[in-house]
Structure formats: C-alpha cells, structure tokens
Design a binder for this molecule. Structure first.
Ligand code: GTP
Ligand code: MG
Length: 445
C-alpha cells in the first residue's frame, strides 16, 4: 500500500516553495515504518537532500538538510534550514538557514546549531525536544518537550546543490516577512496624521499604476490587477486615484495611500497638466477626478472644500521613472519633473525617485537586504537621477513591478517593500519637520 504524507497539499507546497521549486518524496513515516532510529536513518541514507518533518498538535517543525544522511555522523556542520509553521493557518512559514551539526545516537537524532539552537528527536518515545532558543526564534507556541503525532522524512529533489543560493533564498523569505510586519505596524510620525499619502508621478508608461498593483499584491499574498495598466502614447490612467491598501491577513486598511496620477507627456496639451500639481499636493483633488490635459484644475471648482483635512495632503512625492528610458528623458520632461519637485519643496513635502523595470533584482541589495550594492548605485540611471533631480542615492529606489509574472517572487517583494518603507521614512521626516500649532496639531503651510 502506498504510504501517504500527513501534510496537506498546501503544507506540502509551502515546504516545496521554501527551497525554490523543490519536490518532496516521502521516505519514512514513523506510524508506518516504526520508531526505530536505526530503521529511520537507514531508510533515508543515500537519498541526497532530505527534509525531516515533525507533526505536533498545532504546529509543524522540521529541518531540511542538503547533505546526505549516510555521511553522518561527523562533527562537520551541514547545510540546514530549520522551519516551522502553524497547521491549518496562514501560509506564513518561519525559516532559518543554519550550519548545523547533525548526530545520530542509539536513541536520538540531534540537530545542533553553533548559535545554541537544539532540536532533538527521540523516535522510540515519539518525543521532540526543543530548547528555548529554537522556540523563540521560530516563534513557536510549544513546550520544551512535546509528544509528536508523526515524524516524516522526505527526499528533496530539484534544488540547487549550492549552500550560498539556499542561504540567500531562505534569508530573503525571512527578510520579506520582517518587512511586511514592520509595514503592518507602521503609524505616521507621532500620529500627527491618520494616513500617509504618497503621490506617484512620472512620464506616461513609467509604471506608476503597476507599482500600486505590486504593493497591493504583496499585502494580499496574490497578484492584484486593480489599477488598469498598459502601454499607449497617451496616459492609460485618466483619473486621479487615491488607493488604500488592505492587509490581507487582518483585513484592516493600512495607514498609507498610494495616489496614482495621469502620466506626464512631452507633447503640448497632453498628459497631466503641470498646474494641477499644487492642488493635488494640498489635498484638494478628490478620488476619481477626471484629468483634463487641456486645462488645469480651476481652484474654484473645489471651493466647497475650503481647506481639506490635513490627512488629505500628500506627504511624499515619488517620481516614478522607467530605468530603461530614464537616461534619455527630454529636456521638456526634466523641466516638468523639476517644477513638480519645486512645488513639493514649497509645500514641505519630501520626495524620492522610484526606478522601475529593474532587470536583475538579486543584484540590487546586499546580502543582508539592508543597503543597495555598489553595483546598483554605480549604474548610470541612478547617477543620472541623482544629478538631474538632486535626490540622495538612498532615496533612489529600485523595483521590478509585477507585469507578466504569474506568481509572487520574494526578491521582487523585498524591493517593493523596501521602496515603500523608504517612502514612509520620507513621510515621517517631513512630518517631523512640519511646523505645529500651539495645540500640537500640524500647521497648514
Ligand atoms: N517588466 C516590467 N514591466 C513593467 C514594469 N512596470 C510597468 N511595466 C509595464 O509597463 C507598462 C506601463 O505600466 P503602467 O503601470 O500602466 O504605467 P503608468 O505609469 O501607470 O502609465 P500611464 O498611466 O499610462 O501613465 C505596462 O505594460 C506594465 O505592465 C516593471 O517594473 N517591469
Ligand atoms: Mg497609470
């Protein structure tokens, strides 16, 4: 009879995706093959990379090992990924890349990392021992010693036999989780406003609407296509849109909005009218306002809004520029961008540049995903934007928007989230710098 895993289809996919596009084949199942450690390790020897999966009541805990079981025991550290996830819950998985010493004794299979993490399996008693460090780092809600329901070991096929690659893959996923959590917890500086509005402006087709779709996709956990995108000589976006973003997990609306505008054109009486910008920045322009390239907004059109609430004001302008064409922008276009930048400065609003269509996402950030690499900052596009708009390199952000992809990619997500986080830092810097009234509220500039 075929032995089947206790993992659900989704749980199996989570584990396969943890390592790129791996596939799992069940080799050992404690309830079928017995609880002898000898049988367990013998069945799994000479099989290449393996994944040991321990089923607890509420959680699944385990270790992936790149090297063969048969090469044990030895004090030589192995390339391992420790992981855990909650059963029947969100698709989130905690995972850590750790060089691990793996030993097999008469009774136990032991995983020990140099940072003092220890995970021990005692198959004869169906017990899993975890020290406090593992419980904390994998965010587990279990005791030090747990009775497990099942232990399974899988052969893992289809992964690159490259510890460096596996490390970057797993670390990227962890970093993505951290960024999402940080952005979920974001509140505008000292709660001076209830929401931070970011205006996306730039030439026709530079990827403004796609950036909103990309941010929404990351928070929803699947590809979103809310804003209409496409390529045309004139702007696809005809209406001013103030988009809110919901956190897919809690369903709550996050306190930042992305404001999508019509593309700027080099042609006369085409594209976003540059004189509309001050009205947009000051929060006069409502959601779904139909842009008119032939005529600027008449201030009196919105006289019913004598003074829009301070939350409606733009707090950061993001100049969205396609990295493939930014080096060949016409003088007319550069003049428009500079005029918008001046308007933003006059209103006490910070700004960043967002370069879209970046090809090699892997090369943008360093190994810790914290800083841009020398290779990225030395690109002519970054240097040109820096000189053209006098924007500090740290505020020149690089992303690849979701366009033709069919699934979410951790590295693309990281760049999108890093860009958003930097925009919100700029929002906070501008809020901190804003003059306050006597009662501590923001003064209208
Ligand atoms: N490969 C790739 N394609 C992109 C990227 N960003 C946008 N695109 C594509 O470029 C085209 C224009 O994207 P939009 O998001 O509509 O650009 P926009 O700035 O909103 O354009 P307008 O509203 O017309 O001003 C679409 O076909 C997108 O799929 C990117 O980062 N990478
Ligand atoms: Mg658009």
């Amino acid at each position: 009879m075929e032995v089947t895993t206790r993992l659900t289809w989704i749980e199996e996919k989570i584990l396969e995706n943890l390592l790129g596009k791996a596939s799992l084949t069940l080799l050992y199942k404690s309830s079928v093959h017995g609880s002898s450690i000898f049988r367990m390790t013998k069945t799994c020897s000479h099989q290449g990379a393996t994944m040991t999966v321990v089923h607890l009541n509420e959680e699944v805990v385990g270790v992936f090992m790149l090297e063969c079981f048969s090469s044990l025991p030895s004090e030589k550290p192995r390339t391992c990924v420790w992981f855990s996830f909650e059963r029947n819950n969100s698709p989130g998985i905690s995972a850590l890349f750790l060089d691990t010493v793996v030993t097999v004794s008469n009774e136990q299979l032991k995983f020990l990392s140099p940072y003092g993490l220890s995970l021990t399996l005692d198959p004869s008693k169906c017990k899993l021992h975890l020290n406090n460090a593992v419980i904390k780092i994998l965010d587990l809600n279990v005791k030090n010693i747990s009775q497990y329901l099942e232990c399974e070991i899988f052969r893992v096929d289809g992964i690159k036999n490259d510890p460096g690659f596996i490390k970057r893959l797993v670390t990227a996923k962890q970093h993505r989780r951290k960024l999402v959590s940080a952005l979920r917890a974001y509140r505008p500086y000292e709660d001076l406003v209830s929401e931070a509005r970011i205006l996306l402006v730039g030439p026709v087709g530079s990827g403004k609407s796609s950036f909103f779709n990309s941010v929404k996709s990351v928070f929803q956990g699947h590809l979103a296509r809310q804003a209409i995108v496409g390529s045309d000589e004139s702007s696809i976006t005809k209406q001013y849109r103030i988009y809110s973003i919901k956190d897919g997990k809690s369903g709550k609306t996050l306190p930042f909005m992305l404001c999508d505008s019509m593309g700027l054109s080099e042609r006369e009486e085409a594209g976003l009218c540059i004189d509309d910008i001050p009205h947009i920045l000051k929060g006069y322009v409502p959601d779904r306002y139909q842009f008119n390239p032939h005529a600027a907004i008449q201030a009196k059109r919105f006289t019913h809004v004598t003074s829009p609430p301070l939350k409606d004001r733009i707090r950061c302008v993001a100049f969205v520029l396609d990295s493939n064409s930014v080096n060949t922008l016409s003088d007319k276009m550069v003049a428009k961008l500079k005029k918008i930048q001046q308007d933003a400065v006059d209103c006490g609003i910070g700004h960043v540049a967002l370069l879209t269509n970046v090809n090699d996402c892997d090369k943008v950030l360093d190994d810790n995903f914290l800083n841009m690499t020398e290779c990225a900052t030395s690109q002519s596009q970054v240097k040109n934007v820096h000189t053209m708009l006098n924007i500090p390199i740290s505020n020149i952000l690089m992303v690849r928007n979701y366009a033709s992809e069919r699934t979410l990619e951790p590295m693309m997500d990281i760049l999108i989230l890093t860009a958003l986080r930097q925009m919100l830092r700029v929002v906070d810097d501008a809020l901190e710098d804003f003059p306050l009234e006597d009662n501590g509220t923001l003064a209208p500039l």
